[in-house]
Design a protein. Structure first.
Length: 379
């Protein structure tokens, strides 16, 4: 028997084990080899095993100067001396062509198990999508029947119910009243929360929402909860936490007293399997607080204090996001939607990463998967 024939006649469980170790793009090619491989690869068991073995990376949405928007997936190198980002040029697609959405106004809401939630607000209403960049599948969420205009605000989060396994998109709306002289928020007479469970076909309203605060950030999903950095009407910062399974809000400790600040530049992230808060308020340093024990206020510690190099120093108005801490202490970070950079732990320096020169980017942690959105049919 030839090597090719031997491989084709292996038991299905062995084929599953071998193919699940390949990169996602290679697996899509393997679907075309024979019907037996197609059947193995198309099972939920295969998708789950492949996800478990997939190395984490980045999903990068690139806004080109001409208005086109593309998606690329990058892989990490966790070598002690080389953390360069690598990507497969075949895993690139234009959002307007693939999803049929308007160019130039798309932001990431979240990424879970290879599924990415996107918000497109080119129109007078928000258009929301959940897509899989690997399979090119996507679903468009139904549009809510009310609109919003500035100064009213809308923020989103994309989460997963740990027990039920349901994917949920959370939308929070604030009707704001501004002081015409100072532009500050005087009151929030109306606030609403709606939840969409993927596959149900409709939004549900959540009652008793204690979220009457100023918030423009996207919710961070971690440990079964969505988290937002928010400001109260006095300008002090807090963290709002939403339990995705129970669909309820709960208090959550901030690492330090939320003092009023004109440039409160605090973002949430996950580093080394812990919730973190990255502070870019200072002109001279970036501070990363890490919550060593989830939900415990006393476990917040000032883990990293990074001195800004001349190119990064000075007054800024952008958020800095901590994306990944490598084994040697290097940290991959993003500066708003402008660029990526490494903090080199040994030399205590910052080094910019050229992903796509001269273009705006949005970056989020992402694990490639073969999860099919065809499984989320409306009930």
């Amino acid at each position: 028997m030839s090597d090719e024939g031997f491989l084709m006649n292996l038991p299905s469980h062995i084929i599953l084990d071998i193919l699940s170790r390949l990169p996602a793009q290679s697996i899509l090619t393997c679907k075309l080899v024979c019907k037996k491989w197609l059947r193995v690869i198309s099972t939920p068991e295969f998708a789950n095993l492949h996800l478990f073995r997939s190395p984490p990376g980045l999903v990068v949405f690139i806004h080109e100067s001409g208005g086109a928007e593309f998606c690329r997936l990058f892989e990490f190198n966790d070598d002690a001396f080389d953390h360069d980002l690598h990507y497969d040029p075949e895993i690139k697609f234009e959002l307007s062509a693939s999803l049929g959405i308007s160019s130039g106004a798309t932001v990431q809401v979240g990424s879970i198990n290879g599924l990415v939630c996107l918000r497109n607000f080119y129109r007078k209403y928000d258009a929301l999508y959940v897509c899989n960049p690997i399979t090119r599948e996507y679903v468009a969420l139904p549009v809510l029947d009310w609109l919003f205009e500035f100064p009213s605000q809308v923020t989103y989060g994309f989460g997963l119910s740990i027990i039920s396994g349901q994917y949920k998109v959370v939308r929070i709306f604030h009707e704001c009243v501004l002081d015409p002289t100072t532009g500050t928020i005087l009151s929030i007479p109306k606030y609403e929360c709606h939840v969409y469970t993927l596959g149900t076909g409709s939004w549900r309203s959540i009652e008793g929402v204690p979220f009457a605060y100023n918030c423009r950030s996207v919710g961070l999903f971690f440990n079964g909860n969505l988290h937002w950095v928010i400001q109260d009407l006095e300008g002090s910062e807090l963290i709002s936490c939403f339990d995705v399974e129970k669909e309820s809000f709960q208090p959550f400790p901030f690492p330090f007293p939320g003092e009023r600040h004109k440039r409160a530049l605090h973002s949430l992230g996950v580093v080394s399997d812990c919730l973190c808060l990255c502070d870019n308020t200072s002109d001279s340093e970036i501070v990363i607080w890490v919550m060593k024990e989830y939900g415990v206020k006393k476990s917040w510690i000032k883990e990293f204090v990074i001195s800004k190099m001349p190119d990064f120093a000075g007054t800024s108005y952008e958020m800095v996001y901590a994306l990944k801490v490598f084994e040697n202490g290097d940290i991959l970070m993003s500066w708003e939607d402008y660029y990526l950079f490494f903090y080199r732990n040994q030399s205590k320096t910052l080094q910019q990463v050229e992903v796509v020169p001269n273009n705006s980017i949005q970056t989020m942690l992402h694990v490639p998967s073969l999860f099919s959105l065809k499984n989320f049919t409306e009930n």
